[in-house]
Design a protein around this ligand. Sequence first.
Ligand SMILES: Nc1ncnc2c1ncn2[C@@H]1O[C@H](COP(=O)(O)OP(=O)(O)OP(=O)(O)O)[C@@H](O)[C@H]1O
Length: 249
Amino acid sequence: MPTVGVEFAKVSYTLAGGRVLLRDVSLQLEAGTTTALLGRSGSGKTTLLRMVNRLVTPSEGEVLVAGNLTQSGDIVALRRSIGYVIQETGLFPHMTVERNAGMALELAGRSKSEIAKRVHEVISLVGLEYEEFRGRYPWQLSGGQRQRVGLARALATDPTVLLMDEPFGALDPLTRAEMQTMLRDLLKKVGKTVLLVTHDLDEALYLANRVVFLSEGTVVADLSAGEVARSENLHVKDYVSAVHRTVQA
Ligand SMILES: Nc1ncnc2c1ncn2[C@@H]1O[C@H](COP(=O)(O)OP(=O)(O)OP(=O)(O)O)[C@@H](O)[C@H]1O
């Protein structure tokens, strides 16, 4: 039996006014694998992802990380076991790359030498030259470099789970492709349970083992990456044909 890294068990989320954002979602993410969440804007992808690190609490159902209920445990320990990467990076503008990348370790009270060693490792892991970048501020970095630092920061505590919400959404296609290559290589080395929200089908197929499609808060397709192109599921076919629409002269 494969180990389950993250589990959503009959999860629903309803807003105070009664609007249902997620309905009865059940998924088991195998440890060490990458799952991409796709679906139209507003289908509930980010809401589902944020349940893992308890930024959103389900109205019904349960979320488990490494078999532990997220709703009842220690939230600090939970978040330390989860790396979180978002499109805007959320780097502190007044702090250097080194400080930003080591922030979670600093908050965890690790020693200066331990932090320096780990930051060096993760900065190198995301493909940045440590000596060149450690003293720079976020405004002295390109968008791609900022995303690399955001990823380094997320990896600093060596989390078992990595949540990535449109991590490369704001990058040009060339930088984006470089980042995807770097991430794919990195994930082969570090082995994390990854949940990736993306609008980019090619990115999902390149990075993920499994692709889950959401529509109006429910799972409408759950496939291995290899099954997507030949799927007869109408939601999947619609998505694939929208991506591959050819321009008519
Ligand atoms: N706390 C909230 N209060 C009100 N509406 C919310 C709240 N959180 C999310 N929504 C709404 O719920 C819907 C689902 O949002 P969510 O961000 O999960 O979708 P998404 O699939 O990630 O969309 P996108 O691809 O555009 O990021 C959206 O219509 C959003 O505006």
